[in-house]
Design a protein around this ligand. Structure first.
Ligand SMILES: [Zn+2]
Length: 391
């Protein structure tokens, strides 16, 4: 015991000494650097921190003119120009950088990548593509591929997007969702050209890359349905429950249509009610309600929403109940119910939208590909739901 305590007495001061030395060296380094930097640099930094990009650019352009050697500053300026949407200036800055002979290979690659990104922002995809392909054997290859993937998605070049995504695959990002979705996009395009078999091949590809790809099952079912193979279409759609039950909301309308074709609409409604009991969050109450009114009348529909609300109270459920109530209420109560319904409707509008859990973009229509952030499968398929369920 005594020995250990003794050792600590020796070791601790040494540690403190090292820390002190490190701090001193650091401070000296900082002082030396700040002397070599023009004070205008800090002025520019202050503007940047205050969000005054215009003023910062003025200052930096001035420094860059007088200090041609400051390569990093030229990069910073290029970024600032691009961020402010001054693409011509950004392009000129990066072209000038690229033409310099004193760049390291890493800096040269960075300048080329930056120039390509400027071209993408300016919509000059062909020029960007050429520059990015040239980087494919360099250390910037991965970053270049990420940009190429963005181009091909914007250009709807799905086959090329698949190839790039396959090259980008690694343990941290398998791209299986994306590759499956690209195949679904190819299938959709093939369907427009009426190439049904080709579309089916793409959809099978999607499922082989990502067997949980709901969209592929949905589309395979739709193809079968259009070929009047209704039972087979239903069988495809039923498989979605095992893939991801929250997407049953999206397929519910199709399922009912299928059962209707078979003359078994009651079975369809029963199935949806069973789903709802199993997954109370599902966005199918409206649909069941509409069908109950059409097939079994107002009273059955009213009873259904009343029971739903009792089992799983929710604002959309309450709204539906009022709607049902309105249909059976005596005339002298109708205006009052209408008023409550309107109030409720105004306050629960958010429940009628789909939300992207990546960027928060909201829309009335469901998207597989978010128009806000370009993410794939980022929308919960349940209206009003803002967050994806934990996987
Ligand atoms: Zn988004």
């Amino acid at each position: 015991m005594i020995e250990i305590q003794f050792w600590w007495l020796v070791v601790l001061p040494v540690f403190f000494g090292l820390g002190w030395l490190a701090a001193r060296v650091d401070i000296k380094h900082v002082i030396a650097q700040s002397k070599s930097l023009p004070s205008a640099y800090f002025k520019g930094l202050n503007h940047l921190l205050a969000g005054e990009t215009n003023k910062a650019i003025e200052v930096y352009v001035d420094i860059a003119k007088n200090h041609e050697e400051t390569i990093e500053l030229q990069f910073t300026l290029g970024h600032l120009f691009r961020r402010r949407g001054e693409l011509e200036r950004a392009i000129r800055m990066h072209q000038k950088l690229l033409a310099r002979r004193d760049l390291s290979s890493a800096q040269k690659e960075q300048a080329q990548l930056d120039l390509a990104i400027d071209f993408i922002k300016a919509g000059l995809f062909d020029r960007a593509e050429t520059l990015l392909h040239e980087l494919s054997e360099t250390n910037a290859a991965k970053a270049a591929r990420v940009e190429l993937l963005a181009i091909y998605q914007q250009e709807h070049e799905w086959q090329k997007a698949i190839e790039i995504a396959q090259q980008l695959r690694d343990e941290s990002h398998t791209y299986q969702h994306e590759i499956a979705q690209f195949n679904c996009e190819l299938a959709a395009a093939a369907l427009i050209r009426n190439q049904i078999e080709q579309a089916q091949v793409y959809l099978e590809n999607a499922l082989s890359v990502h067997r949980q790809c709901v969209r592929a099952r949905l589309m395979l079912g739709e193809i079968l349905f259009s070929q009047h193979q209704v039972q087979m279409a239903i069988d495809q759609w039923l498989l979605i429950e095992a893939q991801d039950e929250s997407y049953l909301s999206l397929v519910a309308r199709n399922l009912l249509k299928g059962y209707e074709q078979l003359g078994k609409v009651e079975d369809g409604i029963e199935l949806l009610i069973r789903y709802l009991q199993r997954y109370p969050e599902l966005d199918v109450v409206d649909l069941i309600y509409e069908h109950l009114i059409a097939t079994q009348g107002v009273d059955a529909a009213h009873k259904f929403v009343r029971e739903r609300l009792r089992d799983s109270p929710s604002m959309p459920g309450l709204r539906k109940l009022l709607e049902a109530h309105l249909l059976v209420a005596p005339d002298d109560q109708k205006s009052e119910i209408e008023l409550i319904g309107k109030l409720l409707h105004d306050n629960t509008r958010e429940h009628t939208m789909y939300y992207c859990h990546e960027c928060g973009f909201k829309t009335r229509q469901f998207f597989w590909h978010c128009p806000g952030c370009n993410g794939w499968e980022t929308y919960a398929p349940i209206r009003g739901k803002r967050r994806k369920q934990a996987e």
